[in-house]
Design a protein around this ligand. Structure first.
Ligand code: MG
Length: 258
């Protein structure tokens, strides 16, 4: 199994980056792994920590309509160049945390996506150099208030609510180009989304290169690469699970906004 890089919080609230071992102990690192964190002597027992989202990004840059079949289901064609938008860092929650359904919307959708973790500062990158800035891969759910997205034109509100970016549960460094992304709802055995990540219109290095023509990506920043066909609504009490072959599964429940 690939090495799993986690971010955890202990009972005292101290946050550590670490390596998740097969026995579920966490070998603590002295810094984020993309900033060359080295293993320390500290090892956390399985019941002594809570898993957090695997990065704490300065920003999340996402791409819309990056799978042709999803663009078609939205009634649009694929854009000529990547269509990017931002989600705020405050939208991030870890696996197992609750997605909070805001009162102001009547339609909240899941969007299972591959997430890229940026390892070093990236500005004006070619696709070749962009590839070297991608430190690892995790899973995201680009939760979207679809009615507000249509009403506003701008996507900031629809995509930006607190809890609207489940991320994790951990980062891996290698990913098969043909890895399958699938989304499941509740106990349904059949996926509601299923696609290979090589069906993306714009590849990860093209997306990262494109973003860095606009803004500098910083270590730990997150790039969401778009969702395939099959987006649909979430209801209160639903459990939504996004899986990517070779990474794992990101699972969250939907609760009423507090
Ligand atoms: Mg999306």
């Amino acid at each position: 199994m690939a090495q799993r890089y986690v971010r955890v919080q202990n009972a005292e609230g101290i946050v550590h980056y670490g390596l998740l071992q097969l026995d579920l102990k966490v070998q603590v690192l002295d810094a984020p792994p993309w900033l060359h964190g080295r293993p320390t002597d500290l090892k956390l027992e399985p019941d002594s920590y809570q898993i957090l989202a695997p990065s704490s990004p300065s920003k999340i840059v996402a791409v819309g309509k990056n799978y042709a079949d999803h663009a078609a289901e939205m009634g649009t064609s694929v854009p000529d160049e990547p269509l990017i938008f931002l989600k705020p860092p405050t939208s991030v929650i870890p696996s197992e945390a609750q997605i909070q359904y805001p009162e102001v919307t009547q339609r909240v959708d899941y969007e299972g996506e591959l997430a890229l973790i940026i390892g070093e500062s990236a500005h004006l990158c070619t696709p070749q150099s962009a590839q070297t800035k991608i430190w690892g891969y995790t899973i995201a759910n680009d939760v979207t208030a679809r009615d507000l997205q249509k009403r506003d034109g701008q996507w900031t509100r629809a995509k930006g609510f607190d809890t609207f970016c489940p991320l994790g549960p951990w980062i891996v460094r290698e990913l098969s180009p043909g890895a399958r992304l699938q989304t499941f709802l509740n106990d349904d055995k059949n996926p509601i989304q299923s696609a290979c990540i090589d069906q993306m219109v714009f590849s990860p290095e093209i997306i990262v290169s494109y973003i860095t023509q606009v803004m500098t990506l910083l270590p730990g920043d997150v790039v969401l690469t778009g969702t395939p066909l099959g987006v649909g609504p979430l209801q209160l009490g639903d459990r939504v699970r996004v899986e990517i072959e070779g990474i794992g599964r990101l699972e969250n429940t939907v609760a009423a906004s507090k």
